[in-house]
Design a protein around this ligand. Structure first.
Ligand code: CO
Length: 156
């Protein structure tokens, strides 16, 4: 396992569309291990492959309930709407208020190329939507109603 460099917002690769994974081979598995290590090291709740410079449709998430690895993830259903603050490891020091669906269902492949369906609400729904957006070159700042410089403390 190795830490990979997290690409920053000005890197053009973050604006490209990632490609479907046809085969979960050794290099995909190594990528996933490295992404998990990189996400935990940076204390993030999610990471998408383009953020480490790889244009493959792979995301990893951990909202405090253990690692979730999704290959070729797709949102297949969503309900409700809510506003939450988001941040991104590729845009340090910035948070934004973003309106997104409250509950989502995603379909993907797991490491064994088996189909998995995952339903998430709250932070998990948010992470699924945010990370899947990365696979299409979308950053949360594109959708934020208000962007806040987190380095300016809000009274705490
Ligand atoms: Co992000």
């Amino acid at each position: 396992m190795a830490l990979r460099k997290i690409r920053q917002y000005y890197d053009e690769i973050l604006r490209k569309k990632a490609k479907e994974v046809n085969k979960v081979d050794e290099s995909t598995k190594e990528l996933i291990e490295d992404m998990l290590e990189t996400m935990y090291n940076a204390e993030g709740v999610g990471l998408a492959a383009p953020q480490v410079g790889i244009l493959k449709r792979v995301i990893v998430i951990d909202v405090g309930e253990g690692p979730i690895v999704l290959i070729n993830p797709k949102i297949i259903d969503s309900k409700g709407e809510c506003m939450m603050k988001e941040g991104c490891l590729s845009i340090p020091g910035i948070t934004g208020e973003v309106i997104r669906p409250e509950i989502v269902t995603a379909e993907a492949l797991d490491l064994n190329e088996e189909k998995v369906v995952i339903e998430g609400e709250g932070l998990l729904a948010r992470a699924l939507l945010h990370e899947i957006d990365h696979l299409d070159g979308v950053l949360f700042t594109d959708k934020a109603l208000r962007v806040i410089d987190s380095d300016i403390k809000e009274g705490d």
